[in-house]
Design a protein around this ligand. Structure first.
Ligand code: VG1
Ligand code: CO
Length: 542
């Protein structure tokens, strides 16, 4: 087995979703190889293993794929299922792992982070259930990376990935699959695509989907412009580019501006959506309305029985801790369990595998179900379209009716990106010190119900995850949450999550920013944000 001597890097601990670093970091000699070898060494059985491999098409994707194939050969793996040109969305990767029952998958993506020679790259390992490796496995990979002394890599030319088919690298079988086909078949099995197509054909206004020059372009064209019969041009920015066209492939009000402007124009489309770099996020818009991701999750849960795949109802639901409690209210009405997990999809895996939940989601534009073990952008878009086709109502009417029934959890997130890391950690420390005395206090007219540093005990395997964010809940159902991002690659990113509950119908017409304004002022004051970060205002508001 060709072996190369190496020395460890000390910074290969995976974050919220894999190892993310600037491309320059990954391009250092041995850096990628060390981490890949650590993943392979953490497999229960390396020899004869089968893996799925692909990525979001960002800069360095092609280089990394060739390296990983040569390492797979030298490490004695039996088979790698790679996709044409190495393009594979994260949810489609999850599906391939499950469908072909592999020993896991390696996904190359830094998701919503920008791409390019001086931007970010990432790599993530998913387990045989199709989901992101849980913490005990990512910690094991990290431990191995800290003591690694050698890796194995075959010496050979790059292979051509531009055609589907099968080839061999020594004893390693490499199957090059079409990235889209299996995924579309899965969507076909979950939704009533004929009904959606007929509904879309009856409308006199178009829909729009922004692929943000990222991985969903080919999937969205096949789905919307071919299968559902929408006119060419429905998919905006549909060609995946290594630098995402210079943009930030994050579907939100700041970064998907062109789509948002289109939907808010007087003659705009009646439905719009976007996805992120690796295709697992979704943003949903109606004409002149933005659906907050937390509301979207609640609406999907409340209407699930209208969708073929969920016709028999939901086992339970889950949301990440910072996600609004809108879905909790739906779960209560449906009489099903609702779990609150730490941020990151890896915490939903056990609940889905144990069949305790059917739907789950995050405030960060992520929603999904038991059909795969990742959040799934296009799945959420189809869910909404299926809902519109059944209810024959506008997005705005569906959202407003939901609030009439359940009340409204107005929601806004403030991000302070790339702030000084020491300052950000001091801010969290400062908050932690205040926690014990907060409950019962009245601050700016709001009475604190509870204040804690969120810890989670996995109900399936008993695993404990601590320090998952500071929660301050008020007795009127409103909340402030603070967390430091685990996906940023430069300095620290402070996220402040603001949620104001109201069941006063007059508030339903007001912008969410207005409804959370008192909480926002209090959040800035309590954490002394200007003092610790030097910032007077957030850099991104979603
Ligand atoms: C962010 C989001 C989190 C999401 C994660 C991965 O993490 O807040 O909800 O699961 O990104 O999403 P953080 O640690 O930066 O807050 V993706 O689409 O970037 O894989
Ligand atoms: Co993503």
């Amino acid at each position: 087995m060709p072996t190369i001597k190496t020395t460890p890097f000390t910074d290969q601990r995976p974050g919220t979703s894999g190892l993310r670093k600037p491309v320059q970091t990954f391009a250092q000699p041995h850096y990628l190889e060390n981490f890949v070898q650590s993943i392979l060494d953490a497999l229960p059985q390396r020899e004869g293993a089968r893996l799925v491999l692909g990525g979001d098409g960002r800069y360095y994707n092609d280089v990394a794929i060739q390296t990983i194939l040569k390492m797979a050969e030298a490490n004695g793996l039996a088979e790698v299922l790679v996709t044409r040109d190495g393009i594979l969305s994260t949810p489609a990767a999850s599906h391939l792992i499950r469908k072909y029952q592999t020993d896991g998958g390696v996904i190359l993506s830094a998701s919503h982070n920008p791409g390019g020679p001086d931007k970010d790259f990432g790599i993530k390992f998913n387990t045989p259930n199709g989901g992101p490796a849980p913490e005990k496995i990512t910690e094991r990979i990290y431990e191995i990376s800290r003591t690694i002394e050698q890796y194995h890599i075959a010496e050979r030319e790059d292979i051509d990935l531009s055609q589907t088919g099968e080839t061999h690298l020594g004893n390693l079988r490499v199957r090059i699959l079409d990235p889209v086909g299996d995924y579309l078949e899965l969507m076909e099995s979950l939704f009533d695509l004929d009904r959606i197509a007929a509904y879309l054909a009856r409308q006199n206004r178009p829909i729009a989907f922004d692929a943000m020059h990222a991985v969903t372009g080919p999937y969205a064209r096949a789905l919307f412009e071919e299968r559902l019969g929408c006119p060419a041009g429905t998919v905006m920015n549909g060609d995946p580019l290594p630098n995402f066209g210079g943009g930030h492939p994050d579907p939100n009000l700041s970064h998907a501006r062109a789509l948002v402007d289109k939907l808010f124009a007087d003659d705009g489309p009646f439905f719009g959506a976007a996805s992120d770099g690796d295709g697992d996020r979704n943003m949903i818009l109606g004409h002149k309305i933005f659906v907050s991701p937390s509301d979207s999750l609640a609406i999907l849960a409340a209407n699930a029985k209208l969708i073929p795949a969920y016709r028999d109802g939901l086992k339970g639901v889950a949301r990440s801790m910072p996600t609004s409690a809108a879905v909790d209210r739906v779960a209560r009405q449906l009489g099903i369990d609702c779990y609150e997990t730490p941020t990151g999809w890896k915490f939903f895996g056990n609940l889905l595998d144990a069949d305790r939940i059917t739907l789950c989601g995050e405030e960060s534009f992520g929603a999904g179900s038991n059909h795969v073990r990742e959040k799934d952008g296009l799945w959420a878009v189809l869910f909404w379209l299926n809902l519109l086709a059944v209810r024959e109502q506008s997005v705005a009417d569906i959202v407003h009716q939901h609030w009439q029934t359940f009340g409204r959890n107005a929601y806004v997130r403030h991000d302070y990106e790339e702030v000084d890391s020491d300052g950000a950690h001091s801010l969290v420390e400062h908050l932690r010190e205040q926690l014990p005395g907060l409950a019962g206090q009245t601050l700016n007219g709001l009475t604190v119900d509870y204040a804690d540093d969120f810890a989670y005990t996995d109900p399936v395997d008993g695993g404990v995850s601590e320090h998952q964010g500071i929660r301050i809940g008020f007795d009127n159902g409103s909340r402030i949450v603070y967390r430091l991002s685990g996906t940023g690659t430069r300095g620290a990113t402070l996220r402040v999550y603001l949620e104001a509950y109201t069941d006063n119908a007059e508030d339903y017409a007001r912008p969410a920013t207005e409804l959370v304004a008192p909480l926002s002022a209090l959040a800035v004051e309590l954490a002394r944000i200007a003092h610790f970060t030097g910032r007077q205002a957030p850099s991104v508001i979603t």
